[in-house]
Design a protein around this ligand. Structure first.
Ligand code: NAP
Length: 268
């Protein structure tokens, strides 16, 4: 390669890297005190976004994450609210706008899992699962939409669904129903908000090493699951965060209504 072609290759790669950056953007990540949400908040901040770190119970963990982001040269605030409460969501999003000056990227990540076979499943648990995992994404999208529309034709909603919402799983009917609902929400909002310059996509993680899966992914159950995963390992939160950061970036400007699988090949 000549010096000139080296120089143009460097320029091309610099400009394509720029399309992965989030400089000047404000992102809200729900459920970011732990696990996948925490990794997403860190990655978005590393790409240049100012990040609002939402939590439900673990204020200390959320504040500690913000301190780490600031120590790394980024900008972050902790914002506590329950995604299942309409009033709390509205107030929380107002708090983000007031503190960070706008909102361009919403990542609906907050979630809980309650597993039970149908015969033992409790209807109150089902309501709670739907309230947090599905209604929470709806409420946050509704409260954020007005602000995302102001994001100069570049607003982003990224919903964290699950491989379980795509293929189902015995003992997880309630969770699967909520996560499949998130996919329907994603596709409808993608159609509804496209003309206003907001893209809406979903990420479906497979089995990822977090508190949510710690109890289930042990011993024989872990070995049996690994046999079903072509990449033969459990995923890391950072691997989900990379997919979210891509969908949030200018590089993904023509992608909407998409379901991006991060599952090691578990569901193809
Ligand atoms: P996790 O480690 O259990 O963390 C859950 C997060 O959600 C925490 O930050 C928690 O806040 C927050 N949260 C829970 N209820 C909330 C509420 N009502 N309002 C606001 N925040 C709330 O879970 P994870 O494994 O990282 O999962 C994150 C997302 O990925 C979930 O939507 C999950 O369904 C999805 N997912 C996970 C996997 C996996 O294998 N781990 C696979 C597919 C999809 P506090 O810390 O304050 O309690």
């Amino acid at each position: 390669m000549t010096e000139q072609t080296h120089a143009s290759a460097a320029t091309a790669s610099d400009s394509s890297l720029a399309s992965l950056l989030l400089t000047g953007r404000v992102a809200l990540v729900t459920g970011a005190s732990r696990g996948i949400g925490r990794a997403i908040a860190r990655t978005l901040a590393a790409r240049g976004a100012a990040v609002a770190v939402n939590y439900s119970q673990r204020e200390d963990a959320a504040r500690e994450l913000c301190e780490q982001i600031v120590a790394d040269g980024g900008k972050a605030i902790a914002v506590g609210f329950d995604v299942a409460s309409p009033a709390a969501v509205d107030a929380g999003i107002q708090q983000v706008i007031a503190a960070l000056g706008g909102l361009h990227i919403l990542v609906n990540n907050a979630g809980v899992s309650i597993d039970a076979l149908l015969m033992r499943a409790n209807p109150d648990d089902f309501s709670r699962l739907l309230d947090i995992n599905l209604k929470g994404a709806f409420l946050c999208s509704k409260a954020a939409a007005r602000h995302l529309l102001r994001a100069r034709a570049d607003g982003r909603i990224i919903n964290i669904s699950s491989v379980v919402g795509e293929q189902g799983n015995a003992g997880q009917a309630m969770y699967a129903a909520a996560k499949a609902g998130v996919l329907g929400l994603t596709k409808s909002l993608a159609r509804e908000l496209a003309s206003r310059g907001v893209t809406v996509n979903a990420v479906t993680p497979g089995f990822i090493d977090t508190d949510m899966t710690a109890a289930a992914l042990k011993g024989d159950a872990r070995e049996a699951l690994l046999k079903q995963i072509p990449l033969a390992r459990i995923g890391r939160p950072e691997e989900v965060a990379e997919a979210v950061a891509f969908l949030a970036a200018p590089a993904a400007s023509y992608i909407t209504g998409h379901v991006l699988r991060v599952n090691g090949g578990l569901h193809i």
